[in-house]
Ligand binder design. Sequence first.
Ligand SMILES: Cc1cc2nc3c(=O)[nH]c(=O)nc-3n(C[C@H](O)[C@H](O)[C@H](O)COP(=O)(O)OP(=O)(O)OC[C@H]3O[C@@H](n4cnc5c(N)ncnc54)[C@H](O)[C@@H]3O)c2cc1C
Length: 375
Amino acid sequence: MISFWEREALVHYDTIVVGGGIIGLSAAIALRELHPTRSVLLLERGLLPTGASTKNAGFACYGSLTEVVSDLGRNTADNVLAVMEKRLRGLRLLRSRLGAEAMGYEEYGGYELMFDKEMSCLDRIGEVNELLAPVFGPNYFVVRSDLAYQFGFNTHEVRAIVGAPMEGQIHTGKTMRSLARFAAERGVEIRTGADVLSIDETEREVTIAVRASGGQSTLTAGRVAVCTNSWMSAMLPGICVKPGRGQVLVTQPIPDLRFKGVFHFDEGFYYFRNVGNRVLFGGGRNMAFDEEETHEFAVTERIQSELERLLRDVILPDTAWEIDMRWAGIMGFSDTRLPIVQKTSERIAVGFGCNGMGVALGSLVGQETASLIYE
Ligand SMILES: Cc1cc2nc3c(=O)[nH]c(=O)nc-3n(C[C@H](O)[C@H](O)[C@H](O)COP(=O)(O)OP(=O)(O)OC[C@H]3O[C@@H](n4cnc5c(N)ncnc54)[C@H](O)[C@@H]3O)c2cc1C
């Protein structure tokens, strides 16, 4: 049962955004920028965003050489370049909104570790650089064979390193906190602990059933943007997005850590970086695709022990380290491996499928979702 006051001011909004990750927040901000007189409410079911945006590794990156080579086997060269350009533009948008300091942004560069099985990709570096040149400038990827020794990696395993100097890293927690504050300052109302159960469109508006601590309520909106990533299919059955769990660990501080930057290997399936003088290391989903296609926030012995093995044998072979924490987050993967922004009906738009690259892509995908919603 609602009160007169609630009916007058608290249950109807011009636009409601569902999902408070990086895409939802970015969509809500863009909606206020595009339509300053229209009210925007954002509903997030967790106390914190509970998907990928506060659980990720904080790589501000555009793609590695082996990933580009692999993508070229599945997609056209134009599509591959277009996605990388979106990552660049998305990150610029995020930085222009928040500023480097509020994001904890640092640019130590990105690097890919090349093992025996990847060495043949080096033959394609000229072709890939030529493809990327219109957006990233000449010679974007650079072979740096000296670095494996300098960084202290196991040089019997790591045969070469490919550098991408424009890549950086963020503090994920600070970034998301700043983004939520930025949204609130622009007039976005944010309600957490609001679990959206269903979304139904009528001729005049959209009705949203929400479960919160006080019970179930119904809100209405003129338009709705759904940005719930891998949980979207449950709400909008026509949309196909598959969950993919990402597991991560972080070490205790390591005195005299020998590298700084963001590092990937195995087509980006493994990734590590420095966080101050700690090492954050994640990945391994390709060891167990079926098991990791889940919404369960849990770490597994199988993947965590492989991460530890690689840390011990390849990344920090001569250094003592201890693990401080482990966690998991859930990504959303579209069929095409490309982000999707579309209207599902007259009043509802969706934006999702950053496929493990939402730090760079999320702001732009949110903006595109906001632009589409009143078309
Ligand atoms: C371990 C890990 C490491 C990663 N590392 C990187 C990286 O280094 N660089 C990079 O670019 N990307 C990385 N990513 C991917 C990146 O985090 C995601 O692409 C991005 O956060 C997706 O943002 P999103 O807004 O689409 O989804 P999410 O952040 O998942 O947000 C969706 C939100 O919807 C909410 N929601 C769901 N259902 C409902 C409902 N019924 N009612 C209300 N709210 C609901 C969820 O609680 C969630 O907060 C990583 C992901 C993981 C898991």
